[in-house]
Design a protein around this ligand. Sequence first.
Ligand SMILES: [Zn+2]
Length: 309
Amino acid sequence: MTAPAPRRALPTVVYIAGEGHSGSTLLELLLGSQPGVVAAGELCMLAPDAPGRDRVFAKPCVCGAATRPTCPFWGEVDARLRDELGAGLLEIRVDDPDDARFAATNRALVAAIADASGAAVVVDSSKRSDRLARLLAIPDLDVVPVALFRDPRGVVWSHVRRERGWLYYAAAYAWGAMRLREVLAGRPAPFIRYERLARHPEATLDRILALLGRARVAGALDWTAHEHHALAGNRMQRERSARIRIDERWRTALPGWVRAAVAAMALPGRLAPTGLPGADALDRWLLARARERSVRMHAAKDAASPWVR
Ligand SMILES: [Zn+2]
């Protein structure tokens, strides 16, 4: 009988938390271009019923492979998961409601990603606070949360220009910020502003890398010089130039009264105390509503997409 191959230590997980449309693709591209760091993307997409999952897996990988399942990197992750759990990338449940199975699945997933890439740090840009809270509760997993915030008027503008109503997203921003503060209460997590990240990427990266005991490698800001495979993310991943353009069109595109209303609505998220009574029940209700909305939105997109049959 041969002894099983020794397992490497679990990687450190950098978790990018915050609202969508806050610059997480930029942050993960920058982090994933540092040696020893791999940007895995939105690992929450591996939940079997994650909205938009079919499209993510039908699209070409960032590395150029025709689909994620045919990408050599994700293929290697899939093989390692099958060895460890007896289930492949598209069969695991990263949101398993059972805490012990959640821990085992996510431990195996980040270990497989680290081993397939040779990295010691895995960046998960799922953003959701509920996933962050559950990862933080895994005792032997080192999770470094990074809270990414963009001006709420910029986040709302990103939705408005996609012809979505502003009110819902202003409320979602406020609530999301409050929940994130609650999950992070008492933890030394860096709060990163998108506007500062876009203007001073080196200084912002240095802050995060310092938490990992790493120093930035000069010249690694050019993410186009590195291979990436992150799940989900925006078109910035596929651009040929690594020029950072800060998007502040909301300043002129949103009417003044909407800018004022969004700023006022977001205020509780910036100042909120933690431990509000009834917050968990309200959060579950809001998450369920957000999920229905997201499923409807993705179903409409999928119907129009040439990638999904
Ligand atoms: Zn790939």
